[in-house]
Design a protein around this ligand. Structure first.
Ligand code: GCB
Length: 650
């Protein structure tokens, strides 16, 4: 990039829509005067197929009759991971097909009114799913952490008994060299050590491969002619906000669209019509990250109203999308939001807690956001997969900035960089962008975490995935997170921001805290000299068992975690005024991993425990983040902790 040249992702001109190859949109199912929702969360019937080939369920066609008729079932809560719910160790470590089933009674109108479209939506099923409705094969999807759905109207709008619905979902958690994340199945054939047919699933990432229906399953309705997708990009021109919209409609070509933009007080500020256009908002309130501005996270509402003529008469559809007006741009040393330098002081997270595994949970979500604000964290990365949509909605509302990462984690072996994997990775990015493109909180895409980016094949692979992501969404920068050496990394030339993971005095020269400053300085200087791009320290940290104390500090104690952080902070403070634009601690909270001699009931690098109680390092980081917040905000008022009465820095 030429010195001083800013690459602006703000779309100021005509709309640059997302060029998705996927069929159809994936709008979050919202209620409206034309749309209803029925959540299917709660207890489902469940069975793991323990047969040797794991295929008994298909051989005996378990989907054809109620699951209880083909054998014993367990109660399984949805959403949750299935692994830690029962006392059966075989289920915790199960690899293969599990079966979920739920019976539902539909409102009569949904089955009788032929101008109503009924959709079954699964928030995520890790990792491969096949869905039957009343025994009819309806839907298949590969990849966890992302939603998929099917129009089931023609299955429910036939016959006298159609208001009773049986949904069967078979889910396979096996990871293969071409899934994302990839994995391998290893057969252990030495019969002196292992029983016949014994195999293990190998993964190349550091979190437990929780599986099942981990997010909500729901039914919702739309009219048969409906708003299928909305793409919004925003910009700023002088003091006006620009909202570019593109709307896709399905079901009929004879329709009209009205678009109204309302402010937070529900006052109309701009309107338009048709499938695409630009709304201009003079004196717009911008969406600012919290702590950066006195009025953060301002959201408008884009109300879309569709009227159409169909063979069954006129229909209307309504959808309201929250819209934050903001710009994102990157220079050779800065990350700009609304034209102002933004410094990421935040965390990496995992969707993980207690017995629910990766199951979505409202109390946990709200608690985590309260902790983020207590900490003064203004950002997080969705390490290492897209989080539930409700998480991003909270970020939009609270003004917490997100680096949205796809499940491109564990790309560790040369055989994972093949054409099939590449196609799959690009499809996954299409699904991520399709789902998350309208969230103002999302300011950058991350296509992978720690791929083997020193390989030539990885260089080509990353170049292609990054180029594809940029074509899908020209409005945001793209990165991947690396732990390679600056001189060896083959993917770094293609990213907009360099994201670096390093664990000095933890995985290298462990115990030698005195080396951190020198090694970290070298890291930053060599990367910046090579690439002249802004840098984020995207991971650093130390394993810490809560309640372990030692002075002078020794590894695994709370004091060692604090000291390690302090050493990093000395260098971060020198560089953040130059080209380092962020620091994200590894990790927000302790989380579960596979068992290994280096993990004590999971990864303990959290600054909070898995139960969300602070370790000493949380207080250290809190003081630092509020201090940085006060130095970097764009008003004269002092930022205060939003969770305590007595502010730290007042
Ligand atoms: C990393 C990985 C992360 C691990 C972490 C660790 O570099 O990106 O997934 O959990 O290190 O603690 O080893």
């Amino acid at each position: 990039m030429a010195p001083g040249l800013a690459v602006a992702w703000a779309v100021l001109g005509p709309l640059l829509g997302c060029a998705l190859a996927l069929q159809g949109g994936m709008l979050y199912p919202r209620e409206s005067p034309s749309r209803e929702r029925k959540e299917l969360d709660g207890l489902w019937s469940f069975r793991a197929d323990f047969s040797d080939n794991r295929r008994r369920g298909f051989e005996e066609q378990w989907y054809r009759r109620p699951l209880r008729e083909s054998g014993p079932t367990l109660d399984m809560p949805v959403p949750s991971s299935f692994n830690d719910i029962s006392q059966d160790w075989r289920l915790r470590h199960f690899v293969g097909w599990v079966w979920y089933e739920r019976e539902v009674i539909l409102p009569e109108r949904w089955t009788q009114d032929l101008s109503t479209r009924v959709v079954l939506r699964i928030g995520s099923a890790h990792a491969y799913a096949i869905v039957w409705v009343n025994g009819v094969d309806t839907l298949e999807h590969e990849g966890g952490y992302l939603p998929f759905e099917a129009d089931i109207s023609n299955l429910v709008q036939v016959g006298p008994l159609s208001s009773q619905l049986r949904i069967t979902i078979a889910i396979n958690n096996t990871l293969t060299p071409t899934t994302l994340p990839p994995g391998t199945i290893q057969y252990l054939t030495d019969t002196s050590k292992y029983p016949k047919g014994y195999f293990v699933q190998n993964t190349y990432f550091d979190f437990f491969n929780y599986a099942g229906l981990q997010r909500s399953v729901l039914l919702y309705t739309t009219p048969t002619t409906y708003i299928d997708d909305i793409t919004v990009t925003t910009g700023v021109e002088h003091d006006s906000g620009l909202v570019n919209y593109q709307i896709s409609v399905k079901g009929s070509n004879l329709f009209e669209l009205e678009v109204r933009l309302l402010d937070a007080e529900n006052k109309l500020v701009a309107n338009g019509s048709g499938t695409q256009g630009q709304l201009k908002v003079p004196g717009a309130s911008l969406w600012w990250p919290y702590l950066m501005h006195e009025r953060p996270a301002y959201l408008y509402s884009l109300e879309v109203r569709l009227t159409a003529q169909t063979s069954l008469g006129p229909v209307s559809d309504f959808y309201t999308l929250p819209v934050g007006i903001r710009t994102v741009a990157v220079t050779e040393s800065q990350f700009l939001i609304n034209g102002k330098p933004f410094y990421f002081h935040g965390v990496n997270k995992h969707e993980d807690a207690d017995i629910r595994g990766k199951g979505f949970d409202w109390p946990l979500l709200v608690k985590d956001f309260n902790l983020l604000r207590w900490l003064g964290a203004n950002a997080f990365r969705t390490s290492h997969y897209p989080y539930a949509e409700e998480v991003l909605q909270m970020c939009d509302r609270y003004g917490i900035v997100v680096i949205d990462e796809c499940p491109g984690v564990g790309l560790a072996l040369p055989q994972f960089f093949n054409n099939v994997s590449l196609q799959n990775h690009m499809r996954v990015m299409e699904e991520v962008v399709r789902r998350d493109k309208n969230h103002p909180a999302v300011v950058m895409w991350s296509v992978a975490n720690e791929p083997a980016s020193q390989l030539e094949s990885a260089g080509y692979y990353l170049k292609m995935v990054i180029a594809h992501t940029k074509a899908l969404d020209p409005s945001r920068p793209v990165t991947f997170v690396t732990n390679s050496n600056y001189a060896a990394d083959k993917g770094a030339p293609y990213v907009d921001v360099i994201c670096l993971n390093s664990y000095y005095s933890w995985y290298h020269d462990y115990g030698h805290l005195e080396l951190i400053q020198q090694q970290l300085t070298t890291q930053f200087e060599s990367w910046y000299k090579t690439y002249q791009k802004p840098i984020i320290q995207s991971e650093y940290g130390a394993e810490t068992i809560v309640g372990f104390h030692q002075d002078p500090p020794l590894m695994f104690t709370e004091e060692y975690q604090k000291s390690l952080l302090e050493q990093y902070h000395v260098v971060l403070d020198q560089k953040r005024r130059k080209y380092v634009v962020g620091e994200l601690i590894w990790n927000f909270a302790d989380f579960m991993t596979e068992q290994s001699p280096t993990r004590v009931l999971g990864n303990k690098k959290g600054i909070f425990t898995r139960q969300r109680q602070p370790k000493s390092a949380a207080f250290l980081l809190r003081e630092r983040y509020w201090k940085i917040a006060n130095e970097t905000r764009y008003s004269h008022s002092v930022a205060k902790s939003q969770c305590l009465e007595n502010s730290l820095f007042a």
